[in-house]
Write a protein that binds this ligand. Structure first.
Ligand code: CTP
Ligand code: MG
Length: 569
């Protein structure tokens, strides 16, 4: 049935005039191209993208420099080790200055690391990693070398709010406003490189003892929905192999001795390993700080920050389903170019209206909002259901996690045709708010597997079936009060969008037009930045229990939800 619902379109048709007008820039122009050529569908699989990024990290080093003026000096130094492919001048809010250098080969990066010496001014543990700093060169070589202009500084933060506001005001249409927001807030190439280099440092430092180790980024850093500055979710595999993978030299007569942990196994063993890794990161590895051990969660994690890449990390050791979940989201984003801008807008809207918060808690997460948007796009036949992708999977798509969860679904999108739905981003956004404003959250859950509503299998305010582990509810953490707040804001925005569209037809009255009205403060002086409501916050360690994202004990909710009743409607 799901297969029939998502019919494959092979006839290439011209776009309606309205769409053609809007296809002059940004993602919509990609959409236009794709409409005329089936060859423009993604062509880099998730695995290929991950391999490409990991390769890039193996060829890269991050060198802290005094300022951008050190570029010539560093370039000259780098050429002693090999050919440089690309250099990024990266600053952390203008305070620290770095050059991220990618060589043509990983041997050159290795040579450069081997040529470095250990700092003497502090009692640091000597440690070889791709993070270096360059001393000032006091011996001036008169007349030698030419001064190269430093590349423009890049950073891992999104555009300034004033810039976003300016560009959204100057957009030509509501759809273009949504595209502009996505383009100015999405994670830049340098952000991805810094995240993979952080993973590389961990991998490199532990690879002496564990040569099969892999530190694999997942979540918004790799699924294509990442915002500049988003956190880095990492899964560290010491070498346990997934089904289908084989250890080389299986036939060798010599076998390594291994540690036999008879005293503990399974979950307890993972917790022990994580304690050791956390201690190692905390006391031995440069750059890592603010280590927090949250080992009693359903998925035990270590949280930390990397002071050189400025990335906040959540490290787990048993989360392969989340990795495949990231692959699914990546594919959904690749299937249709409207998906990422729409998800980006929905996340920004939720943040502006105080529905999400950086700290995990009883409110909806960005991940749940992404699934909510994908579900709506499945209903609109922009995206196929997961059931369809499972149905179309071939022998190369088989994936099974070590704990037996089947994550098989179609990976090669060239086997999937383009949706017949030609609605603009503006139309889809209006449809999104209308759909959820009237959604019966009280009795219905969302299934991305069937692409349809489902009866709720358990009593909870918001039910979104986990597409990989179907007995789990992704939004189990969301409280009744937060669900009501979500519905209220959805209804408000649906109502506001009606007005916005009337205004579009009758002429704009102010520069803060279109979807800016959903994001700006009531005096329209800037984006809404909800103050952190400390009484809604809880300690991170208190958030986790053995249950999926749930609380072991229900907690009293202190907010008077009536205060957020819609003013209109
Ligand atoms: N995940 C999951 N099941 C959950 C929560 C998370 O499978 N109940 C997986 C998803 O693949 C998700 C990833 O873990 O993308 C990371 O979770 P999180 O950091 O909460 O979400 P992100 O998608 O990374 O979004 P954000 O930008 O807010 O970090
Ligand atoms: Mg994340």
């Amino acid at each position: 049935m799901a297969l029939r619902m998502f019919k494959f379109c092979t006839v290439l048709r011209s776009l309606p005039m309205r769409r053609q007008r809007q296809c002059f820039s940004g993602p919509l122009s990609i959409l236009a191209k794709r409409k005329f050529s089936s060859e423009t569908r993604s062509l880099q699989s998730f695995d290929e993208m991950i391999d490409m990024r990991r390769g890039q990290a193996q060829r890269s080093v991050l060198v802290q420099v005094y300022s951008g003026n050190s570029y010539s000096d560093l370039s000259e130094l780098c050429h002693e080790f090999g050919k440089v492919r690309e250099t990024f001048y990266y600053t952390t809010n203008e305070e620290l200055h770095f050059m991220l250098v990618e060589f043509e080969s990983k041997e050159s990066a290795r040579k450069m690391m081997d040529s470095a010496t250990f700092g003497q001014q502090m009692p640091a543990v000597p440690c070889v990693t791709p993070f270096l700093w360059m001393r000032a060169n006091n011996i001036k070589k008169a007349g030698k070398g030419t001064l190269c202009p430093c590349p423009e500084a890049v950073s891992d933060s999104e555009a300034k709010p004033e810039e976003i506001l300016h560009q959204m005001r100057s957009a030509q249409s509501i759809s273009q406003q949504i595209s502009v927001l996505r383009n100015l807030t999405k994670m830049a190439d340098v952000g991805t490189r810094l995240r993979f280099l952080t993973a590389r440092q961990l991998e490199m430092s532990l690879s002496g003892a564990f040569p099969l180790i892999k530190a694999l980024p997942f979540g918004s850093s790799v699924n294509g929905f990442g915002k500049a500055g988003c956190d880095l979710d990492l899964v560290l595999q010491l070498g346990g192999l997934e089904e289908g993978q084989e250890i080389k030299s299986q036939g060798s007569r010599l076998v390594y001795h291994g540690k036999n942990n008879q005293s503990c196994n399974g979950r307890a063993l993972v917790q022990r390993h994580m304690e050791v890794i956390a201690d190692f990161i905390q006391h031995m590895l440069p750059g890592f700080s603010k280590i927090q051990r949250i080992l009693h969660a359903r998925v035990p994690i270590i949280k930390f920050r990397h002071d050189l890449t400025m990335v906040e990390c959540d490290l787990s050791m048993t989360n392969m389903t989340a990795l495949y979940m990231s692959e699914l989201l990546y594919l959904m984003g690749e299937i249709d170019s409207r998906v990422r801008p729409l998800v980006c807008f929905v996340r920004k809207w939720a943040q502006s209206n105080g529905l999400t918060n950086q700290t995990p808690g009883r409110w909806i997460s960005n991940f749940s909002l992404t699934l909510l948007t994908i579900f709506y796009l499945q209903k609109k036949m922009v995206l196929p259901s997961l059931g369809t992708l499972i149905h179309l999977a071939g022998p190369n798509d088989k994936r099974m996690t070590a704990d037996g969860i089947n994550c098989t679904f179609l990976r090669d999108l060239s086997n999937l045709s383009i949706s017949k739905n030609e609605e603009t981003l503006a139309e889809l956004l209006t449809g999104f708010f209308d759909f959820y404003a009237g959604f019966d959250f009280a009795s219905k859950g969302l299934s991305l597997v069937s692409g349809k509503e489902m009866p709720k299998p358990e009593h909870c305010p918001l039910y979104i079936e986990n597409p990989m582990e179907r007995y789990l509810n992704v939004s189990k953490n969301v409280s009744p009060e937060e669900t009501v707040r979500l519905q209220v804001e959805l209804r408000n925005s649906s109502w506001l969008l009606e007005q916005i569209q009337d205004e579009e037809q009758n002429g704009r009255e102010s520069q803060n037009w279109g979807v800016l009205k959903l994001l700006l403060k009531s005096d329209t002086s800037g984006f809404k930045v909800p103050k952190p409501k400390t009484f809604r916050l809880v300690q991170v360690k208190d958030l986790f229990s053995e249950q999926e994202n749930g609380f072991s004990q229900p907690r009293p909710f202190l907010r008077d939800v009536n205060k957020s009743k819609p003013k209109r409607r």
